[in-house]
Design a protein. Sequence first.
Length: 395
Amino acid sequence: MDWQRAQERPWVPAPNPRGVPGPVPYRLPRRHSVGFYMTVAVLALVGVAGFIVVLPLLTESAGTGAAARSGIIALIPVIVVTAIIWWVDSWEPEPRWIMIAMFLWGGGVAVALAAWINTAWAESYYFATGNAAKASMWAAVVSAPIVEEAAKGLGVVLVFVFFRKYVNGPLDGLAYGAMSGLGFAFTENILYFTRYFEYLGEIAILRFSSPLLHPLCTAIIGMFLGFAVYARSRWVAVPLLVPGYALAVAIHFMHNGWATIADSQPDGSMSFNYLAVQIPSYLAAVILVVWFRHEESLTISQRLDEYQRAGWFAPYEVEMLGSLEGRRRATAWAASRGGHAKEAMKRFQQEATHLALNRQRAALGTIPGASAQREEAKILATIAQARSIFMAGVR
């Protein structure tokens, strides 16, 4: 449907077997429960506490002012990579509060755990061998990939445990993992910038040359966790974590290993690292993301077609919901109507997507049928309310 011609072609709810809900309240129901916000708040506060713990490490080398300036510079890749993650997650956007909590987890708790354990392992290696150079190499090449991926990945595991409802497949897990890795990279960049503040320009270029390393590695862990959504038991996530974690550690190990070797050679170059590790990893990630996005869009369209045949959606609604361009045009049309129409349209799109994925999981048998039906009834009521708000006055 041409959303700019909406007033020429009335858009009204199609008849359905259950009947249209009664009087529509002015405000839509909350999208999330109080328990959701409390759990997210706890996760975010733990992340902030972790950042406070590592704050002395960020300021001890060059002072508070240098750390603040380093933080501003470190935001550059954060903005770029966040835009990429937002695009990856555009079909079925994850709750922004969980994404923020994941960033805080990676930048706070994960960095604190990694700093503590890596330091302990490096010291143990030094006391055992008496060789400071080898202890430093051990910490960078062996300990760092193992510890850092475990610390970042732990945040994604917590999301899977406490917010499983919001993990609908590998693409969701990938998005959560990438945000945890991005938070880690942000704090780590500040640490490197302050430690070598007199060479800030050179260090920034070097660090920004691999902006996707941490997000990519942890995204792999999240992706494998996301596959567990397709299984009937959540315990399937445990064996799936093994290959995900191993692959993340392997990529991290190859990157750090070659970077350490190149740094120790007079004519050291990172070219091999880019050609053999980073570029193939990024290409594989792009292929997987495009495939996952395509599969997710097909699932949404197919499931909404079923609801359209049952009379819950008009055909042109399903057509709109089946493309990102259609959704953008519909949102622009709703915005032109003023009031709460735009907010209602966005909620309509979110709930329709949730409805399709809820039905998909019920069809796969990964959630109990009774639970899926209760969720379905709640979503359909919200969809009808949202539709009534942005269609008010259309004749």
